[in-house]
Design a protein around this ligand. Structure first.
Ligand code: DP6
Length: 330
């Protein structure tokens, strides 16, 4: 039996991935930029075992639903084909952050799965190959493979679509202050949402302008220019949500409380607090600030009615191999 364990962080996108050129391979229509979230992680152990009849998946101590097993088996099949292994695998995965609160757990999950499964199968994949493999499970997972601030090079095919680090975690002391406004699962998952993007007449415009936004976001990060970063990050989030709201059927992920926090962020920024918002496919608001303003921001957010809880995370590192009992060895 060959076993390996890996740990990965989720990431928050500043320039978003929404819509695929190839949904099967998860080749995105545009490049994206994100930051890994330190301190939040998924830890996954994969054991290839000839004694098993089929792949098994335990998520946070519970047997996973059939659909989740299928998605994991697809990745295991790719690994088995690459390594010439035929045994089924047992996969055990745990998050140290609450699931179903709108923190994209699939990114951390598939980054950790790609690393653990390939290592358990005896492969030693480099970062780009791991990123490509993670992408096949969930597009945004390719960005959880490299560390710090990350760009997903969209590419045109499997080989050319993977993520690279543009700056290490300690490059800029940004913090994501995740404002949880709802603790239920999202009604329409991102995989379905990506498929609806092309039904919006706004999607073509969003995609056409994406390279410009990506370059200005990258430039702002590299220059640690918060004002420029805030402007482009909010614009990109608004554009994605405009596409969502104008898809058929229309997808409204915001709630009135999300909007209240977004408008407050704009007010606080005008008052001199460096903060901006970005939202994924859910109602929770990611408020981005710098470390020295975090406590001031949290105090303001806590006073907004309807806020359920706040999680915070600075820039996180890459996917890591860890010992099964949790000790990091690389
Ligand atoms: C709104 O990577 O979750 O968070 O490939 O279908 O798993 P699948 O989609 P996923 O999409 C993420 C969408 C987003 C924006 C982003 O993270 O770039």
């Amino acid at each position: 039996m060959h076993t390996a364990t890996a740990q990965a962080s989720p990431n928050i996108a500043f320039i978003k991935y929404w819509g695929n050129l190839d949904p099967h391979l998860r080749i995105p229509l545009n490049g994206s930029i994100s930051m890994n979230l330190e301190g939040l992680h998924t830890r996954t152990t994969v054991s290839f075992d000839p004694g098993l009849e089929q792949d098994e998946l335990i998520l946070n101590g519970q047997p996973a639903p059939a659909e989740a097993i299928r998605r994991v088996s697809d990745i295991l099949d790719l690994v088995r084909a690459m390594a010439g292994v035929s045994h089924p695998a047992r996969v055990e995965s745990e998050n140290n952050f609450p699931t179903g609160v709108g923190i994209a757990s699939s990114a951390a999950a598939f980054a950790a799965l790609a690393a653990a499964a390939s290592s358990a199968a005896g492969l030693s994949l480099d970062e780009a190959a791991l990123s490509r493999l993670a992408r096949r499970g969930s597009g945004s997972a390719c960005r959880s493979v490299p560390g710090g601030f990350v760009e997903w090079l969209p590419g045109k095919d499997d080989r050319s679509s993977y993520a690279v680090s543009i700056a290490p975690p300690d490059y800029w002391n940004l913090v994501d202050c995740i404002v949880v406004v709802e603790e239920t699962h999202k009604p329409v998952g991102s995989s379905t949402g990506h498929g609806l993007a092309e039904t919006s007449p706004l999607q073509a415009c969003r995609v056409a302008d994406a390279p410009r936004r990506l370059e200005s976001c990258k430039k702002a990060i590299l220059a640690r220019d918060f004002e420029a970063f805030a402007e482009i990050t909010e614009l990109d989030s608004n554009l994605m949500h405009a596409v969502m709201m104008t898809s058929t059927p229309a997808l409204f992920y915001w709630t009135p409380i999300s909007l209240e926090i977004m408008l407050s962020a704009a007010r606080w920024r005008a008052g001199g607090l460096p903060v901006c918002y970005t939202l994924d496919a859910g109602p929770n608001v990611h408020l981005i600030t710098t470390r020295s303003y975090l406590e001031t921001l949290k105090a303001k957010v806590q006073s907004v009615p309807g806020v359920r809880r706040i999680l915070t995370a600075g820039p996180g590192g890459p996917v890591k191999a860890v010992a099964p009992h949790g000790k990091i060895f690389r």
